[in-house]
Design a binder for this molecule. Sequence first.
Ligand code: IPM
Ligand code: MG
Length: 372
Amino acid sequence: MGRSYNIVSIPGDGIGPEVNGAAVKVLKAVSDKYGFEPKITEYKAGGCAIDVFGVPLPGETLEAAAGSDAVLLGAVGGPKWDMIEPEKRPEKALLGLRQGMHLYANLRPAIIHKELSNASPLKDPGKIDLLIVRELTGGIYFGKQGSYESAEKLFDGTSKGKVSFDTESYSEAEIKRILRRGFEFARIRNKKLTVVDKANVLITSRMWRQLAKEMSEEYKDVALDFLYVDNASMQLVARPSSFDVIVTSNMFGDILSDLAGQITGSVGMLPSASLGNPGMPGMFEPIHGSAPDIAGQHKANPIASILSVEMMLRLHLGEKDAADSVSEAVSKTLAQGARTPDIALYGGSDASGNITIVSTEEMTDRIVANLE
Ligand code: IPM
Ligand code: MG
């Protein structure tokens, strides 16, 4: 019996189905070449699930995802569901999958592809190749929250009225397991780990720092440093090429990963992986959202989704040769001048200077044709 994997595909909303379709197509093609079998079943989550089941994350979807080897997700959300009560918003599907599958480690690489070297909005970005390791199931995203009427007054006598609160809290165990991922990735990359926090203000951040210092005894080969999140945002713009691995909390990681994505110039190119403990299923998805403004127009860039398949093959399923094949096919296709509209502005590095604007499907087919 050959290698086979149970893959749950969750296309979602907006351009989600288009880019996820591209990912599935590439996965099937590369698996044929490398002799393994993805058994793919499709489930609903997000706005499309609200329309059919009345909830963003149906029980059957979470159950299938948690019982799979890996999940490929497109994107969820859109204006159609913006007015829904908070508990039922499409984004709750994402949070529910992360929490329900215990996907505490979110890996968000930001790199400038050499074929798109002009893509960055920075004048002189240098070589950007960094990895954000974001804690994904704790912190303020999942802390105690609520609202109440307050009888207190502000200093000038104004009644406070309604008060709402969110809480940031982290346990030692949660911090240690994500720091360990950070150290481990730094060790196999360029041996530099930056802990991003707000330790000048937050007690949780001070615990992150303390634990990172203790743990660095085990990782003497990794250079550890610390940055406050405000400074880190500045440094990401000022000297992005000096970063290797960044490890940080859920909310800081959310914010910094958008920033890091943008300085590479092409959010349509960036994949992500969300992992739990070894042996547990992972979830792989593009960093970009559902882009409802271009949904159904065949304009979406499928590369972030396709590179999410690559991350799944490399980091999760141990199919390294197939992963290499996907990343090489993407580079080759870009070098041949194929561009979806979002990356067309950046010119190209093919010898003839020929750039062809292609649809989502055309880009996908060219990548499939370039798989070796
Ligand atoms: C992300 C997104 C989500 C997050 C939203 C959609 C809940 O911004 O994956 O970065 O904040 O985690
Ligand atoms: Mg985000």
